[in-house]
Each structure stands twice: as C-alpha cells, then as structure tokens.
Ligand binder design. Structure first.
Ligand code: TXA
Ligand code: MG
Length: 358
C-alpha cells in the first residue's frame, strides 16, 4: 500500500500512478466531499470483487458509481430510459453529494449493482476525486472506506488503521467536508423517493421538482427486516455501529433532554465503570457536573447551532468510542429537519434503533 498526501496540492505524477492502478484493476482509497471511498474500475468485475473483499461487504449491497463529467454517464447508464426529471436533478445537484438510481447498461458488472437492473451514480464535488476519475478514464465504483457495519471513514488516520493494508493506494485529502454519505434518490411512480437522506435535503429537491413530488422512504428511521423487500439493499444491513452499546436521546426541549441524560447517568453509574456522552459543545460543562466518581467522558460533536459541523464530525466521534471503550454511550440527537434527517438516520442505526424520543 502506498500513501499520497494531496491535502495541499495534487501531485500530478502521483495522481497518474494511482489512476493507472485503478484503470488496470487495482484499488484506491480517495477523498470525496462526503466520506472517503474505496474505489475500483466500475467496468471490471474482478477489480470490484476486491472492494467487497476488503470491506467484508455483503454481495447483495450494490455500489455507487462515480463519474467526473456528464459524458461518462453513457458508459454505465441506459440513456434512452432516462427521464427529464432525472436529467434536471443531475444538472441541479452535480457535482455534489447526490446519488441517483438509474437504468443500467448491460456492460456494468453484476457485482456493482448486486444483480439489480439499476445503477447508483454520482459526480462528487471534490477536486481530488474528480481528477482521479478523469485520469483513470473509467467510472469508479466506490462504497465508503470502512469495514462493513462500521462508521464511514472521514479521516485518513482512522481509515489506515482499519483497512489501509487491504488496498493498493490511499490518497489523503484531509478530513472530508460533509461528513455523512450522499443523498440517494430514485424515481418511483413519478415521484422522487429519498432512499438515504443526506446533505441535499428534501427541501432542496422540492425546490427543483415541486413540493408534492418528493417522498422520504418509510425505512429512513425504521429497521428493515432481513426478508423484507426494500428499495435500497443498504437499508437492511447493520450500519455505522461502534463497538459500545449506544442509546440515542432527543427532545425539542433542552431541559427535558438534559434531565433524561442525567437520569440515565445516575441510574447506571453504580453498575458501570465508564460512560461516554456524545453531545453538543454547549452541553459539555453541564454534563461534566454529573461526572460522578470520574466515570464520564464527554465527546463534543459540534455546536447545537451548526448541523454542518455535527454532520462533519459525527463519524469520527463515533470512532472515538471504539478507542475509549465505554460500557455505554449516551448520544444527543438533533431535530429531524433538513440535514438533521440525514444525521438522525445515521445515529439511529449507530444505536441499533435504541432511541428515546421525548
Ligand atoms: O457519499 C457517498 O455516497 C459515499 C462516497 C464514497 O461517494 N459512498 C457510499 O457508498 O456511501 P455506500 O456503498 O456506502 O452506500 C451506497 C448506498 C447503499 O445504501 C446501497 O444500498 C445504495 O447506495 N445503492 C447503490 N446502488 C443502488 C441501486 N441500484 N438501487 C438502490 N440502492 C442502491
Ligand atoms: Mg457505507
């Protein structure tokens, strides 16, 4: 494995080396604006196999294909079946944290799409990612850079620790900006269905296609059972989970929220030796007052006024838990509005649906 650091500048020779490796069937971890991806040539079955192996990813969970410009779409998508609405959506949100499920071309290997007739495509808004795809000259299939079931990688040091030795190249592009993965949508019976919420919100999409034309998938905050038919296979799998047992708590009323956290601490403190609270910067001092017998460790995820900051830090904060190894972690939620829907979708899964809403 070889690491390139492009946090300041892109070194064009190193980039070329990495792009050539991808084109010829190798793998590379690279930054996007959302999270890091672990990428391979999307048109090469064997190369894509390497991704599934590195991640330990179930083969029924399809990958997102990344392109660098609109001309590349034709390499993976059956363009004759693309509707005007889908075209408008791509033009509105690309490059950006937005994935759209489209009819696939037959040349796309079965393992990329988990044998579905559709392929998820996105054009990332990150210069390193765009340049890598452009130089490779092929679309790049890339899931998030983490072992399956673990929080997505947003920080290169975490990623090197976890799966660094399972790929040919790692490109360090600094901490990723958005922090949660792209919004995934599919056109279903004329409506835009959000299968995975993200930085591009329901309101953003409504502004393009009209208020009555966007729906949130029913499984965004709920568990999908193994046998259940779901629109996006990713919904069924264990996700984003740190090793620690976590409980998510949320109330619109700050006093009620803080009282509940205090109650959980007091109830558990005799039984447990280490409790983490993962919450807003603003609550650190208040919670630390309950630091009975030095058992509490507080992880600040960002200001309660700034959902972008919380989104950016959420996965690296969850990863800190695996280092601290508490007996339990209490996590403060956010309101399910705008980007908050995407954040809560990840947190509910990280807590394995252990959610107290007051
Ligand atoms: O921001 C992102 O999207 C990141 C970066 C690396 O681009 N990628 C990412 O990939 O999050 P991954 O594999 O972790 O998540 C892909 C999601 C899964 O939930 C999968 O089920 C869904 O997209 N998906 C992919 N292709 C699909 C398809 N044809 N139909 C329905 N869902 C699909
Ligand atoms: Mg993932």
């Amino acid at each position: 494995m070889k690491i390139f650091n492009f946090t300041k500048d892109i070194d064009i020779y190193s980039m070329n080396e990495c792009a050539e490796c991808i084109r010829l069937g190798g793998t590379a971890i690279f930054p996007t604006e959302t999270v890091y991806g672990i990428g391979a040539n999307a048109l090469n079955f064997k190369a894509v196999e390497k991704i599934f192996k590195a991640k330990g990813r179930p083969s029924d969970n399809p990958l997102i294909v990344h392109i660098s410009d609109f001309n590349m779409l034709d390499q993976v998508v059956d363009m004759q079946k693309v509707t005007d609405t889908e075209t408008i959506l791509m033009k509105s949100f690309w490059p950006g944290p937005f994935t759209i499920i489209l009819p696939k071309k037959s040349c796309v290997p079965d393992n990329v799409t988990a044998r579905l007739e559709t392929v998820g495509v996105r054009m990332p808004d990150n210069l390193v990612a765009l340049e890598l795809i452009r130089q490779a000259g092929v679309p790049i299939a890339a899931p998030s850079a983490n072992i399956s079931g673990k929080p997505s990688g947003t920080d290169v040091l975490d990623i090197i620790d976890e799966i660094g030795d399972r790929v040919d190249y790692i490109i360090d592009g600094g901490k990723t900006d958005v922090g949660i993965e792209s919004t995934v949508v599919k056109l279903v019976e004329g409506k835009v269905k959000i299968l995975r919420p993200g930085k591009i919100t329901k309101e953003d999409i409504e502004a393009v296609v009209g208020k009555d034309n966007v729906i949130l998938d029913g499984k965004i905050f709920k568990k999908a059972e193994a046998q259940e038919k779901v629109e996006s296979p990713g919904m069924k799998h264990r996700h984003y989970a740190p090793d620690a047992k976590c409980v998510l708590v949320y109330s619109d009323n700050e006093t009620i929220l803080l009282d509940k956290i205090k109650e959980l601490i007091v109830d558990n403190v005799d039984k447990l030796s280490k409790i983490c609270v993962l919450g807003y910067n603003e609550h650190k001092e208040i919670i630390n007052k309950y630091n009975i017998e030095d058992k509490i460790q507080y992880i600040s995820v960002g200001s309660m006024e700034d959902l972008n900051e919380i989104s950016k830090n959420i996965f690296s904060s969850l990863r800190k838990l695996d280092k601290i190894k508490p007996d339990i972690c209490i996590i403060e939620g956010v309101a399910k509005r705008g980007l908050g829907i995407g954040i809560m979708n990840r947190l509910i899964r990280a807590c394995e649906y252990n959610f107290i809403e007051l």
